[in-house]
Design a protein around this ligand. Sequence first.
Ligand code: GTP
Ligand code: IMP
Ligand code: MG
Length: 332
Amino acid sequence: MVVVGGFFGDEGKGKIISYLAIKDNPILAVRGGAGPNAGHTIEYNDKKYKVRMLPSAFLNKETRLLIGPGVVVNPEVLLKEIEEFGVSDRAFVDFQCGIIEESHKKADSYGRLKESIGSTGSGTGPANADRAMRTLKLAKDIDSLALYLEDVPNAVNFALQQNEKVVVEGTQGTFLSLWHGTYPFVTSKDVTASGICSDIGLGPKNVNEVMIVFKAYVTRVGTGPLKNELSPEQTVAKGWQEVGTVTGRTRRAAEFDFDLARRAVMLNSATQIAITKLDIIFPECAHMDSFKDLSSPAKHFIKSIEDNLKVQVTLIGTGPDVNDIIDRRESD
Ligand code: GTP
Ligand code: IMP
Ligand code: MG
């Protein structure tokens, strides 16, 4: 199963992946996507975790956590997370992951990238530029990562051959893709399902399910177009205000965009949809775990998504905690 973002990132992929890790018990969780520009916030049993480099599946202690060669790694951020989450025996980085250095962070923190593109300042874009120039250092060149090196494509494909469950974690969102997004206001990689699979060395015939995650409304941090964008006052009035995990910036917001969603389903060949934050637009649905208990307007909203996009909504987020979820994969 590959999990990707359907809008502009921050759809709540971290929470969805945490849930899948606990519920489905995958042997591997593998991170594709750009780099530490991503930020997931995960809430579980009154604890809050912020994660930028490791896969969000760390809550399941049985799951091995891998980072694919297409991801650029900031060793400092990664080692801190490995320590914080106590996963040094089950975290692995591919030999060929690119390494973000101080110079990349610096180049990402001023001028055009910062001001015009609204980059996160994490060094991800400049590191990917150096990778294209073939000057970037790789994980195998870095002493501090020696203990964690692994052939990730081999591990992923071997696990699948053994019929083991693997969750592949995408970051950012479809319209931040360098190829398919709102260029130039995008990240430095393709972040659709095909790109994420390429990041970890997984061929197109070996993917069974693609789960696309949409928030019940659209948010965007940084610059770039956002159709039907609400004013900051309208955003607050609706209770849709959010602050970015990595940069602390306020997220811009708009209503759910069916046209964008339809295109995202096409670009990712999505087979399932997860909708997060249903509780924010329908507060009466907060913390519910059964579809039949949802209010009529909430049910109608989910049905309109399924009718419009022709893909089943299998997971529905009803609160920030990993347990605040409706799982329709087996029941109703
Ligand atoms: P990126 O990889 O940066 O795109 O991150 P992400 O997709 O993991 O999303 P991020 O964690 O940045 O933002 C989502 C926020 O929504 C987090 O603070 C989550 O705790 C919260 N969240 C996720 N699902 C739900 C939900 O169903 N209801 C509510 N109320 N909050 C949710
Ligand atoms: P960069 O990837 O840091 O260069 O940022 C480029 C653009 O993508 C900016 O508008 C960022 O705000 C946005 N962006 C990058 N990563 C994320 C993410 O994980 N969530 C949301 N927006 C992101
Ligand atoms: Mg985020």
